[in-house]
Design a binder for this molecule. Structure first.
Ligand code: NAD
Length: 408
């Protein structure tokens, strides 16, 4: 096709961080239906209001006005699309097992509504075999029009809030279940991604995505464990890491924290561990890394208590930054949640400050002032380190970004 892209009608199932970001890029070239089961999200998007960092409301508004983008929660709206991208959540169940229920419901929407054979691309993160053994058969199970679609995977690597790497310059893995699916996937993404990397099977692409995030998870756990060792030895973890980082090869610097958050790092490795164990392979390292990261919140609270004669009873504590990482409003799996729980269990009177998040679990962000103790879990770039230091009698920083504070 000489790189030429023909205008298509594209359904993107799920209009969250991944789906809306793809919709913003794809709607420059194609007509996009942003299908989402959440009515409020659909209404906001159709009024040109974006809820995702990196997708400007002004751009969305232009796309809606020019009829290149329409959000919908009606199955009929995707009946005549040429291509569907799946971008729905793949969380964990309460007992921390892979939860494919959103994926199943997305497959049902496609199966019940799409009338002609199309290319279905999965961007949701899941374990190897999901495209072949779950998505394809589930869509076929629900298909009322008896059509045979073709399938591919292209795991998403978007890092919300990041400006140096986006859809255009982040290499994108992909693989089809058939060569036609691979070829059409390449054509679809080539307009808005400069570097497409085809791998030999969907399972390799699915596994690579999980391994990338598992790599981060175990390295974060390692540095979190090392922070505890450094403290016990009476040396600075940050100075030690900077010293190690002078080695020009074979070392990659990760920094300690109160734990990991977001939809990916605390979740994806568990998908890999689950599929490993199902196939009789060990995942002890992955499981332990998850535990070390989860235990960091308790370690942080214990350190603060130790600096207060072992008791936090009745003390006012301000948790600063409850988003899971700087400069985003996403609180999914945030380490702040466990920090707050352990502080409350220890008898502290806890409030939190995060103007980017604003409201969380029915509580409002408190002013940055007058607590006995402040704990920095996430430091947004617009929160001044000096104001943090002035906000409490004692400040414990888990980010390494507040000079002069106590910390890891
Ligand atoms: N957020 C990231 O940084 C990131 C990066 C790479 C990969 N991923 C993966 O991408 C997938 C999507 O993640 P996200 O962060 O965009 O999730 P999200 O929670 O931001 O958005 C998902 C959207 O899907 C909608 N939805 C849920 N079930 C639906 C259904 N059956 N039909 C239609 N809409 C439905 C929800 O209302 C929501 O708006 C996950 O598998 C995630 O692991 C996320």
């Amino acid at each position: 096709m000489n790189g030429k892209i023909f205008k298509m009608k594209v359904a993107i199932i799920g209009q969250g961080y991944v789906g809306l970001t793809i919709a913003a890029f794809a709607s420059e070239y194609h007509e996009v239906i942003g299908y989402d089961s959440n009515q409020k999200i659909v209404d906001n998007l159709n009024s040109g209001v974006s809820h995702i960092e990196g997708v400007e409301s002004s751009l969305l508004k232009r796309r809606v006005e020019s009829k290149r983008y329409l959000a919908s929660n009606l199955g009929a709206s995707i009946a005549d699309v040429d291509l569907a991208v799946i971008a729905v959540p793949t969380p964990l169940t309460k007992d921390r097992k892979p939860d494919l229920s959103h994926l199943e419901s997305a497959c049902r929407t496609i199966g019940e509504n799409v009338r002609e054979p199309i290319l279905v691309i999965n961007e949701s993160t899941s374990f190897p075999g999901t495209l072949r053994n779950f998505i394809k058969p589930t869509i076929e199970k629900y298909s009322v029009h008896g059509v045979e679609h073709i399938y591919s995977i292209s795991p998403e690597r978007v890092d919300p809030g990041r400006s140096d790497f986006d859809q255009k310059n982040t290499p994108r893995l992909f693989a089809g279940l058939t060569s036609e699916a691979s070829q059409r996937t390449r054509v679809f993404y080539s307009k808005f991604c400069d570097n497409l990397v085809e791998v030999s099977s969907p399972e390799v692409a699915e596994a690579a995505k999980l391994f990338e995030n598992t790599f981060r998870q175990v390295n974060i756990a390692l540095v979190n464990e090392f922070a505890q060792i450094a403290h016990a030895l009476g040396i600075s973890v940050y100075e030690t890491l900077d010293a190690a980082n002078t080695k020009p090869y074979g070392f990659m610097k990760f920094t300690p924290s109160a734990g990991v958050g977001g939809h990916c790092i605390p979740v994806d490795p568990t998908y890999l561990a689950a599929v490993a164990e199902e196939h009789g392979a060990p995942a002890t390292f992955i499981r332990r890394a998850n535990e070390v990261n989860l235990e960091m919140s308790r370690y942080v609270v214990n350190r603060i208590a130790a600096d207060h004669a072992g008791s936090l009873q009745g003390l006012s504590v301000l948790v600063i930054g409850v988003a899971y990482k700087p400069d985003v409003s996403d609180v999914r799996e945030t380490a702040a949640e466990l920090v707050i729980r352990h502080l409350r269990d220890a008898g502290a009177v806890v409030s939190w400050h995060d103007e980017i998040v604003g409201v969380w679990k029915g509580e409002k962000s408190s002013p940055l002032s007058s607590a006995d103790i402040a704990v920095v879990v996430t430091k947004h770039s617009n929160v001044d380190a000096k104001k943090i230091l002035a906000s409490a009698t004692y400040v414990f920083d888990t980010t390494g970004k507040v000079p002069g504070a106590n910390g890891l």
